[in-house]
Design a protein around this ligand. Sequence first.
Ligand SMILES: [Zn+2]
Length: 498
Amino acid sequence: MPRREFLKTSAGFAALAAAGPLANLASVTAAEPTRARKSYGIQVGAVSFVDEGTDKVLDLFQERGAIDTIYLTTFTYGRGLAGRQIPGQPFPDHGSPESDEKTFHGGNYATPHPEFYRDTVLKQTRAPDHGDLDIVANVLPAARKRGMRVFCSIEDVFRNDVPGVKEVTEVDLQGRRGGGLCLCHPDVRAFWTGLATDLCKSYDIDGILFFNGRNGPLLNALGASHAQSIASSRVTCFCEHHQRAAKERGIDFERARQGYQELDQFILAALKGERPSDGYFVEFWRLLVEWPEIIAWDRLFDAAKHQVLAEVNAAVKRVRPGLPVGFHIEHVNSFNPIFRAMRSYAELATKADFLKVVVYNNCGGERYANFIRNVGSTVFRDVPKEELLRFNNHLLNYGDEAKLDELATAGLSADYVFRETQRALAGVQGKCQVLPGIDIGIPTSKTSRKASPDDTYAAVTAALKAGADGLILSRKYSEMQLANLAAAGRAVREAQKG
Ligand SMILES: [Zn+2]
């Protein structure tokens, strides 16, 4: 048990005491579930503190953004939460205007303590990006001094050259290894619980936000998420651990594989415009009827994913019972009725203290249009895409959003933010907090909607009017223009005045 680390970071405790009642209050309230207290957070990666200075960044968050909670990117190999602006996108008006494309690596930006990784092959994950810097140890005392809370963001995004990763990757329909890490693999599960335990034992943090935006085989086969291409021949996972998990649930492994092969054939034919005599939708539904293992296998993916979430939460609670754990609820939840049917807010609320529900409205237009084009080229190919969009809007209870060819440039409205926030609040029934993720400058293609101060103000106001327990400005500070951050802060302060 590395108390020494804990104590080292708590050199900040001296500062804490010196900082007076405000900081002390923050550390007390952080240890208990904070249902009544709204929290205003921002996602930020290590590089921003390195580039701009920890104190300067925190001051700016407080002054301009009315921020009281930092979601500090602590573990990921992805550029969505870590690193500077992604390559090819304009830099914001702060930070270094040089691309880190060549130097970005990712990993654990804190200090991994080996005793927590004994039961996993994933032992070496320290991010080399900033030398010896331990970003949690660095930010924590400075945040405490200002009465701000610090949550560690950890994300299920890896790279294939991490030692041990090749032994625990998924197996696809063709028997090839690759893709993500298998969530049924005991080493992978031990990694996540080890990481969560390490972070809350070694540092006096205020909680964990866990990101896992991965989809199961059915959605991947259909390309039924906004960001992905249709990948029916590469769906996962058919490894030995999944075989065993299937057996325990009475699912026939061979029939699942055959079902996905049939689905693959259907998708490939649909993409070529080879219309089944009964039409695309009927043929798709018939596949689901004749091969119920297709849905069973998809649910097996979700079961493993949610089991990992529950295990992470339990691991954190074993260390500190009052420490909150939240889950990022991915954007596909906004667009895709099939995904929605597979998620229950009420059920998620039993596993988390808060849900960060993605309601990104600027990039939402582009992403929603992609989703409609994907499903409109397979399952719903018989329906003109504009009509499919209208129909889907009704299914999702969306109001008056833009037409398909204007959706990317228009983005989604503040009304969408309001409705999705309300739906989440109704779903969790007060059993956990709902913190909408607000889109500030999430990269989109050149002609698509970009955040403006007015958009940001409207989205934040809509989320808070809907009754949200706070919000999380997303995806990362190194993508955000300061005027947009200030607009969010203005909306928060006006809402606080009432
Ligand atoms: Zn597997």
